[in-house]
Design a protein around this ligand. Structure first.
Ligand SMILES: CC(C)(COP(=O)(O)OP(=O)(O)OC[C@H]1O[C@@H](n2cnc3c(N)ncnc32)[C@H](O)[C@@H]1OP(=O)(O)O)[C@@H](O)C(=O)NCCC(=O)NCCS
Length: 192
C-alpha cells in the first residue's frame, strides 16, 4: 500500500457519525478488524468482545479515506459521580487508527470531533487509557482521585484504574476537584 504524505490524509479524511444501531454488517466487520489489529494481542491491551459490546452502545465516529475506515471511536452516555453530583457523561471507548495510517494526525482529527460532540451535549467527558499524552494534548486531564464503580451491592474501589481515567470538562461541567473520588455506573466487563 502506498502511504501518502501525512497532511494529505487529514485533509481528505471524511468523518461520519452513526447512531448506536446504525452500522452496516460491512462496517461492523471493518471496524472489528481495525480495532483488533490496532490494540494488538498483549493481554492487558488486546480488544475483547466485552470492549466491543461497550463500543456498540455508543454513537460511532468513523473516519474514512476513500472507502476505507481508517479511524474509529465510540461515545456512549454514562452516569459518573463526583461526591454526590451525578454527571451526564460522554464516555469514549475503542479509539483506534488502522495500523498503517497511525501517526498521520488521523486519531487527533477524530478526537477533535469527539471532543466537540461531548462539549456540546454532556456535563463531562471521560475515558480510560494508558495513552495519556495523546489525549492530554487534546484537552483531557488525568483524574487524580480514587476510582470506584457503583455495583448493585454498593460502591467498590477499582484501584487498578486509578490514574488511568481521563476527563474533559465541558461548558456544562460544574466545578469539580480532580483529587476527589470518582465513580462510574455498573456494567458487565471492564467497569472503566
Ligand atoms: C492512540 C491512537 C488512536 C492514535 O492514533 P493516530 O492516528 O496515530 O494519532 P495521531 O497521528 O493524531 O497522533 C499520534 C501521535 O503521533 C504524533 N503525530 C501526529 N502527526 C504526526 C506526524 N505527521 N508525524 C509524526 N508524528 C505525528 C502525535 O503527536 C501523537 O503523539 P503522542 O501519541 O505522543 O501524543 C493509535 O496509536 C492507536 O490506534 N493505538 C492503538 C489503540 C490505542 O491505544 N487506543 C487508545 C487507547 S484508549
Amino acid at each position: 500500500m502506498e502511504i501518502e504524505p501525512e497532511s494529505a490524509a487529514v485533509d481528505r479524511a471524511r468523518l461520519s457519525l452513526v447512531p448506536p444501531q446504525g452500522l452496516t454488517p460491512t462496517q461492523v466487520s471493518s471496524i472489528r478488524a481495525l480495532l483488533w489489529a490496532a490494540f494488538g494481542d498483549k493481554p492487558d491491551e488486546a480488544m475483547t468482545e466485552g470492549d466491543w459490546q461497550h463500543a456498540l452502545r455508543g454513537t460511532h465516529f468513523l473516519l474514512e479515506l476513500d472507502t476505507e475506515i481508517v479511524a474509529y471511536a465510540s461515545v456512549a452516555e454514562r452516569q459518573l459521580e463526583v461526591g454526590s453530583r451525578q454527571l451526564r457523561t460522554g464516555y469514549v471507548e475503542a479509539v483506534a487508527t488502522a495500523v498503517p495510517h497511525q501517526r498521520r494526525g488521523l486519531g487527533s482529527l477524530l478526537m477533535t470531533a469527539v471532543n466537540a460532540y461531548i462539549r456540546e451535549g454532556f456535563e463531562l467527558g471521560a475515558l480510560g487509557t494508558g495513552r495519556h499524552h495523546f489525549y492530554e494534548r487534546l484537552g483531557w486531564i488525568t483524574w487524580k482521585g480514587p476510582t470506584l464503580v457503583r455495583t448493585p451491592e454498593g460502591p467498590r474501589r477499582t484501584p487498578d484504574e486509578d490514574g488511568s481515567v481521563l476527563v474533559m470538562f465541558t461548558p456544562a461541567s460544574p466545578e469539580l476537584d480532580p483529587a476527589a473520588s470518582i465513580s462510574c455506573d455498573w456494567r458487565s466487563g471492564d467497569a472503566w
